[in-house]
Ligand binder design. Structure first.
Ligand SMILES: [Zn+2]
Ligand SMILES: [Zn+2]
Length: 122
């Protein structure tokens, strides 16, 4: 692939972040890059398989396709938290046996209240 300087900078921001980022968040971190340039770089990195993405509440979040993580999102403050553990192996085995699926990957996003917001509410 052709890694231009812009693409490389955008890619580095994403892979160094423990949580997925939106184009807007990336552009805030790369102050001399316009949002349009960030969008184009993200689109390229997604199309070439370097990044994965998902949409939530009309925002598109990008994350590195080289790491496997699960995420938790707080519905109150909107923060995303990375979860490094994966306990899906048995569940995948069950699904492939029960439904005859050939599972290639999975993406897990939990939602609810984070510790801070939970404390505030109680
Ligand atoms: Zn919260
Ligand atoms: Zn997993």
């Amino acid at each position: 692939m052709r890694m231009t300087r812009n693409r490389e900078q955008v890619y580095k921001e994403i892979i160094n972040s423990p949580v997925p980022l939106t184009a807007y968040e990336v552009s805030k971190r790369l102050k001399d890059m316009s949002l349009t340039t960030v969008y184009r770089a993200l689109e390229y990195l997604y199309q070439t398989g370097y990044l994965k993405r998902f949409s939530l509440d009309n925002y598109t979040y990008y994350y590195s396709s080289s790491v496997h993580r699960h995420f938790f999102r707080c519905v109150e403050c909107g923060r995303l938290f990375p979860i490094d553990e994966c306990h899906m192996h048995d569940y995948e085995k069950y699904l492939s046996e029960h439904f005859k699926f050939k599972i290639q990957e999975h993406f897990v996003l939990f939602s609810g209240l984070c510790e801070d917001c939970h404390k505030k509410k109680s």
